[in-house]
Design a protein. Sequence first.
Length: 350
Amino acid sequence: MRTRGKIKRDYGRELAVIRTRTHWFILSGFLIFLGILPTILTATDNNSWLTWLNFTLITIIAVLGLNITTGMAGQVSLGHAAFIMVGGYTVGILTTKMDWPFWLALPTGGIVAAALGLLVGAPSIRLRGFYLAIATLAFLLVAQFIIKHLDITNGIHGLIDIPAPTISDFKIDTDLKWYYLILLLAIGGVISSVNLTRSRLGRAFSAIRDNDITAPSMGINVYLTKVTAFFIGSLYAGIAGGLGASYLGVIRVDQFTIFDSIWYLGMVIIGGAGSTAGTVMGVLFLRLISQCLHIVSMGSWLPSLGAGFWISINYAIYGAAIITFVSFQPYGLIAIWRKWQAQYKRWPFG
């Protein structure tokens, strides 16, 4: 097999994510760019974009979990915000009321959310599609009700003064410091998701997504695989929730709504269900729309229309984008990228 004059002799290397020196060069350059980006933003007084970056990276971690549950395994979930909320409240309670260090509370929040994911995923052997989506939505509403009526969560008032993480005498208490911590966790989440896609478990996810009736004939334990998808997806969500709670320093129930779960699902659809790179694209696409609208709303050249108007516009554009992609580009942005890649490889013979 030849590609642009290069002979491919190693099948394993051909299947690798990063195959050539050019790929390594591009990846290294991109990581260097991510490393110096916050310094550039701080030097140019674009601190709002740095805050946007931090929230976008946290959202990427959360939506990667939903992509595993829904995109890879085909288990439609409208309750993903609940697992993010549980992870955030767990970290908030452990750090404010029990004096746990952040570094121990964060993985605990992820594990607690993952354990609830097992509970929610338990009925998945009997529920599919629309019915499973409604069941996960019901879990979100139940979780909100319970948290509102618990003393340890301070009810509807939520938790405040959640302490920032520290390393010895070094305190992560600025957007710049938070950026590097969140970036490291986001990169770890992306690498884990990519490797999961290529693993035996990832192929089992794809099999039950495509046809969970014939999957047992290939030796796949359908029920265990579905529950595992909920467990891993909820683990990602719990980590993201814990990061968000500590970053903001406050957590309340009204921060997690059904609209959030819908937008997370929309990000998976727009990016390309089942693809890690597509998920990142989907998050960036919708988050950029939101940030651009925020900039426009703050502009002095427009009359004051009120925050409610711009929130409505934001939701309308989100909804229109999801409908457009479902109707005309159901495989998402990643399909456009792959088509361009194929044309590039065939050039000039395409």
